[in-house]
Ligand binder design. Structure first.
Ligand SMILES: *[C@@H]1O[C@H](CO)[C@@H](O)[C@H](O)[C@H]1NC(C)=O
Ligand SMILES: *[C@@H]1O[C@H](CO)[C@@H](O)[C@H](O)[C@H]1NC(C)=O
Ligand SMILES: *[C@@H]1O[C@H](CO)[C@@H](O)[C@H](O)[C@H]1NC(C)=O
Ligand SMILES: *[C@@H]1O[C@H](CO)[C@@H](O)[C@H](O)[C@H]1NC(C)=O
Length: 791
C-alpha cells in the first residue's frame, strides 16, 4: 500500500487550497496501455483530461493495464508517459508540475487473470478508504482487439464495478463487428455485462474539431442556415476522406474490412448524420441529439449495388499475397476506394445527392464535408467589374474542413456571398492570410474562413466528453446496429463485384471520377483498360497508334487482375446473349495457369451467370486420370465447377481415361468426344472458346512441327507434347475455327517473347499453331496483359 499512500500525498497536493468540496474520486483504467493507440493518443488525452480537470473537485488515479508482467510493463508504460507533451496553451511551469503529479498518480497493472482484476478492485477500495474519499466512478478504456472484449467485460462486471451509486463507463474502440449479424452478436454479448448508458463506443471522427463543430455551427447560425439547408437550396453534399498512404503492413486487417467498413460505414456516415439530421431545440441534450440522429438514419434510402463505385489500387493484391501468404492466383476483391451515393427521404432532403467517398493511394490527403448550394443567379455585369468576393454568381458553399490537405488545419469555410457566420469567440478565429490559396474552386478570400484557436486531438476531446458523459459524441448500440443494417446489403452485393484497378497517386488521373444519374453512380470513364494504356506511361509510343488491335483482331490490354475481371464479365455477357439466342451457352476452356485466375473470377459470378444453361467443354486435356492434379479438368473442377451450379450433365470432360488406360488410339476417346460435340453443339460451333498461347507458339494442345490436328476433318485429335505429360487430347484447329467467338488470353512476362514474335508473323500454323487460329465466321479477340505485351 506504499504506492497508494504516495499517490495520496500528491493527490492532495494536486488539489488547490481553495478547492471545492471533493466531488469524489475517479479511477481510470486504460487497457492496452502500451499499445499503439495508447502511445500515440490516449495517454496524451488522459494527461489533457487531468490538466483540464485537476481543479474540478474530482481526484483521479490512472491505471495503465496490459497482459505484460509488472516490471517490463511498467518500464514500457513510463517510457510513454515521460514523453507526454505540454500543450502550447498551458503555462510551461504549471505543466511541469501537473505532469509530475500525473506521473505519480499513474501506475502500471498486469490485468490477465480474474485475481488480477479482484486485486485491482481491492486496491481501489483500500485507497478510497484510507483517504476517506467517496467514489465517483470508474472509466475502463478498451484499447484492445475486439476478441479480447468479452473476457475483460466479464471480469469488470464480476469484480470491478464501482460502489452502488457511482458510475461505470467502458469505452470501446471499433471495429464493432463486420456486418449486421456479427455486430449484433457483439452488442448482445456486451449487453449482458453492461448497461447501455455504461458503454461509450468511440468513432474518433466525431472528436475531430471540424466535425464536432457541425452541430454547434448549425445551432449558432440556425436563423440563416436552417431555411437553406434543404432540397430547395442544396445542390449536393460531399463527405470525403482521401488518403495518400496505402494498406501496406496492414493488409491482414484491411483485407477483412476494406474501405467501406473501415471508413464509410462509420466515420463518413456519422459525419453525414450531423449534417443531415434535424437540429434539436437544444443541442446540449445528448438524448435529443441521439434521437434525432437515429430518426434520420431511418430516412436513408436503401443502397443498391448501383449506388456505389469501387476501386482497388494496383499493388494491393500483391501486398495481400505477400502479407497473408496467399498463392499467386489469389485475387482480392476488397475495395480500397469507394464512392457511394446516399439519398434521404423526407421533406428536407428528398432528391439531394449525398456523396461519400474515400480511398487509399489517392493523389492527396484531405478530409472535408462540403455543402454546395444551388446557384440561380445570372450576373449581368462583366466579371472584371464585379466585386468578385460577394458576387452572387460565384459558387456558394459551406465547408467543414477536417484537416490535412492544402489548409493543413481544421477549418470552417463559408462563401462570402452566402452569409457571415456566427462563430464562438475564443475557440475559432477568422483567417485572412493566404488569400491566394484556392479551395473548391475559389480563392480563400472568397470565404469567411475560421481556424480553431487551438488545435486539439480528437482523442483528447473524446476523453473529455467521456468524463462529461456527453453521450452524443459516441455511438449507441441502436445507432451502430442501424448503421450495419443499412450497409450490410450493399456490402453483400459488392462482394461479387470486381473493383476497378487504379495505379495510385497522381497517376489515377480521372480513372476514379464518378457521376450521378438519378439514384445511380458510375465511373465517368467507361473503359479503364484503354485509359490505362494511354495514360500509364509505360506504353511504348509506337504501340499507341495500334493499341486496339493485335494481329488485326481486337485487343484488350490491362494489368493482370483487371484483364481477368474484364474477361470474366465479357464471358458473362456472351453467356447471357447465347442463352437468349439459343437457350444454352457452350463454353470450351483450356488448361494452364492463366485460366485458373479466370475460373476463380467466374466462380464469383455465382449468382448472375446463367450456369444452369451453360455447358462446359475442354479444349484440351493431358493424358492423366481426371483426379490427377495435372489434369486440366481437375483444375477446372477445383476452381470453377464445384463452386457454381452447373448441372452435372452439362459438364463434358475429355475421355482420356478409358478401359483403365490413358489415350489409347483404339479406345476412340477422340471420336467419342467429337460425337458428343456434334450431338450437343449446334453446327459444332462453340459459343465461346478460350485459348492460351505457349512460349513455343502452341495453342490448345496443338504443337509446332507436329501436323496432328492442324487440318483435316477430325474434330478431336491425340497429340504429342514436347513436355511431360507428353500425350494430349485436343480439339483440332478446324473445329476451333468454327467457334462463334475465340478468346485468347496471354499473361505474364514469360510470354513476352512469343507475343512479340507472333505480332509479326503471318499465318504459319505448322511453325506457330496459334497463328492458325482464324475463325471462319466467328470473332477473335486477344486479352493480353502488360507484362506479356511489354515485358
Ligand atoms: C496476476 O494473476 C496471476 C495469477 O493469479 C498471478 O500469478 C500474478 O502475479 C498476478 N499479477 C500481479 C501483478 O499481481
Ligand atoms: C455481472 O455481475 C453480476 C454481479 O456479480 C452477476 O450477478 C451477473 O451474472 C454478471 N453478468 C454476467 C453476464 O456474467
Ligand atoms: C449549451 O452549452 C454551451 C456550453 O456549455 C452553452 O454555452 C450554451 O448556452 C448551451 N446552450 C443551451 C441552449 O443550453
Ligand atoms: C449451321 O450451318 C449452316 C450451314 O453452314 C447454316 O446455314 C446455319 O445457319 C447454321 N446454323 C446455326 C444455328 O448457326
Amino acid at each position: 500500500m506504499l504506492k497508494a499512500a504516495l499517490c495520496v500525498i500528491f493527490l492532495l497536493g494536486a488539489l488547490p487550497s481553495s478547492a471545492k468540496e471533493s466531488q469524489g474520486h475517479i479511477s481510470v483504467v486504460l487497457l492496452g496501455a502500451t499499445g499503439d493507440l495508447a502511445k500515440k493518443y490516449l495517454w496524451q488525452g488522459l494527461f489533457q483530461l487531468y490538466l483540464d480537470e485537476v481543479s474540478s473537485g474530482h481526484s483521479f488515479t490512472f491505471y495503465g493495464a496490459a497482459l505484460t508482467e509488472p516490471e517490463p510493463g511498467k518500464l514500457l508504460m513510463f517510457e510513454v508517459l515521460k514523453k507526454l507533451a505540454c500543450p502550447p496553451d498551458v503555462d510551461p511551469n504549471r505543466c511541469v508540475v501537473v505532469k509530475d503529479q500525473f506521473l505519480k498518480l499513474s501506475q502500471y497493472r498486469q490485468l490477465k487473470t480474474s485475481e488480477n482484476y479482484t486485486t485491482l478492485n481491492q486496491d481501489i477500495k483500500t485507497l478510497l478508504q484510507q483517504e476517506g474519499l467517496e467514489e465517483a466512478g470508474r472509466i475502463f478504456y478498451f484499447s484492445v482487439p475486439p476478441f479480447a472484449y468479452m473476457e475483460i467485460a466479464r471480469h469488470i462486471n464480476s469484480s470491478c464495478r464501482p460502489r452502488p451509486g457511482a458510475w461505470l463507463r467502458v469505452v470501446l474502440e471499433k471495429p464493432f463487428g463486420h456486418d449486421y449479424e456479427s455486430a449484433q452478436q457483439l452488442a448482445t454479448e456486451l449487453g449482458t455485462f453492461f448497461l447501455e448508458e455504461e458503454m461509450y463506443r468511440v468513432d474518433h471522427y466525431l472528436g475531430k474539431q471540424a466535425v464536432a463543430h457541425i452541430l454547434p455551427f448549425r445551432d449558432h447560425n440556425r436563423k440563416l442556415l436552417d431555411p437553406i439547408l434543404n432540397r430547395h437550396h442544396v445542390e449536393r453534399v460531399e463527405i470525403v476522406l482521401k488518403e495518400t498512404i496505402d494498406a501496406k503492413g496492414r493488409a491482414s486487417f484491411y483485407e477483412h474490412y476494406g474501405v467501406i467498413r473501415d471508413v464509410l460505414q462509420n466515420h463518413l456516415n456519422e459525419v453525414l448524420m450531423y449534417l443531415a439530421m434535424e437540429l434539436p431545440a437544444n443541442i446540449n441534450h445528448s438524448e435529443e441529439v441521439l434521437r434525432n440522429k437515429l430518426q434520420t438514419f431511418k430516412l436513408l434510402q436503401g443502397l443498391e449495388k448501383t449506388s456505389a463505385v469501387i476501386g482497388q489500387y494496383q499493388t494491393y493484391n500483391s501486398q495481400v499475397r505477400e502479407e497473408l501468404q496467399k498463392a499467386d492466383n489469389y485475387f482480392s476483391m476488397t475495395p480500397t476506394f469507394a464512392g457511394v451515393l446516399f439519398q434521404i427521404d423526407g421533406l428536407r432532403w428528398e432528391g439531394v445527392p449525398f456523396v461519400l467517398a474515400s480511398g487509399k493511394a489517392l493523389d492527396e490527403r484531405t478530409g472535408y464535408v462540403r455543402v454546395l448550394f444551388k446557384n440561380r443567379a445570372y450576373c449581368t455585369q462583366s466579371e472584371t467589374l464585379r466585386d468578385a468576393r460577394w458576387s452572387q454568381c460565384k459558387p456558394k458553399q459551406i465547408v467543414f474542413y477536417i484537416g490535412h490537405g492544402e489548409l493543413n488545419s481544421p477549418a470552417v469555410l463559408v462563401s462570402r456571398n452566402l452569409f457571415k457566420p456566427t462563430m464562438p469567440e475564443g475557440s475559432w478565429r477568422e483567417v485572412s492570410d493566404r488569400p491566394q490559396l484556392r479551395l473548391f474552386g475559389q480563392p480563400l478570400s472568397d470565404y469567411y474562413a475560421y481556424y480553431p484557436v487551438k488545435e486539439r486531438e480528437a482523442y483528447s476531446s473524446l476523453i473529455s466528453n467521456i468524463y462529461h458523459s456527453k453521450r452524443d459524441s459516441f455511438i449507441t448500440t441502436e445507432n451502430m446496429l442501424a448503421s450495419w443494417e443499412f450497409w450490410t446489403p450493399l456490402l453483400d452485393g459488392l462482394a461479387q463485384q470486381a473493383p476497378r484497378l487504379y495505379p495510385g497517386g497522381q497517376e489515377n488521373e480521372h480513372l476514379l471520377d464518378f457521376e450521378m444519374v438519378g439514384r445511380e453512380v458510375s465511373f465517368t470513364l467507361q473503359e479503364p483498360v484503354e485509359v490505362l494504356s494511354a495514360g500509364g506511361g509505360q506504353t511504348p509510343d509506337d504501340y499507341r497508334s495500334t493499341q486496339n488491335k493485335f494481329r488485326k483482331s481486337p485487343l484488350v490490354l490491362g494489368w493482370a487482375e483487371e484483364l481477368i475481371s474484364r474477361l470474366a464479365s465479357d464471358i458473362k455477357a456472351a453467356a447471357a446473349s447465347a442463352v437468349e439466342r439459343s437457350g444454352e451457352f457452350h463454353l470450351a476452356l483450356s488448361g494452364g495457369s492463366s485460366p485458373i485466375a479466370l475460373f476463380q473470377r467466374l466462380a464469383m459470378h455465382h449468382y448472375d451467370f446463367p450456369w444452369g444453361h451453360t455447358h462446359l467443354w475442354l479444349v484440351d486435356e493431358r493424358c492423366v486420370p481426371l483426379t490427377d492434379p495435372e489434369s486440366n479438368f481437375h483444375s477446372l473442377h477445383s476452381y470453377l465447377i464445384q463452386h457454381v451450379r452447373v448441372p452435372y450433365f452439362n459438364v463434358h470432360p475429355m475421355p482420356v481415361h478409358f478401359n483403365q488406360r490413358l489415350c489409347v488410339e483404339e479406345d476412340r476417346g477422340m471420336e467419342l468426344y467429337a460425337k458428343e460435340i456434334t450431338a450437343l453443339v449446334t453446327n459444332s460451333s462453340f459459343d465461346l472458346m478460350l485459348l492460351g498461347v505457349g512460349a513455343d507458339g502452341h495453342t490448345a494442345s496443338l504443337f509446332p512441327h507436329s501436323p496432328s490436328g492442324l487440318e483435316g476433318a477430325q474434330a478431336v485429335v491425340l497429340t504429342e507434347s514436347p513436355v511431360k505429360p507428353h500425350q494430349r487430347m485436343s480439339l483440332s484447329l478446324p473445329l476451333i475455327n468454327k467457334a462463334r467467338q475465340v478468346t485468347i488470353l496471354v499473361m505474364g512476362k514469360g510470354k513476352h517473347d512469343i507475343v512479340t514474335l507472333i505480332s509479326r508473323v503471318g499465318n504459319d500454323p505448322a511453325k506457330w499453331p496459334i497463328s492458325g487460329v482464324n475463325p471462319s465466321s466467328g470473332q477473335l479477340a486477344w486479352y493480353i496483359d502488360y507484362e506479356a505485351l511489354f515485358g
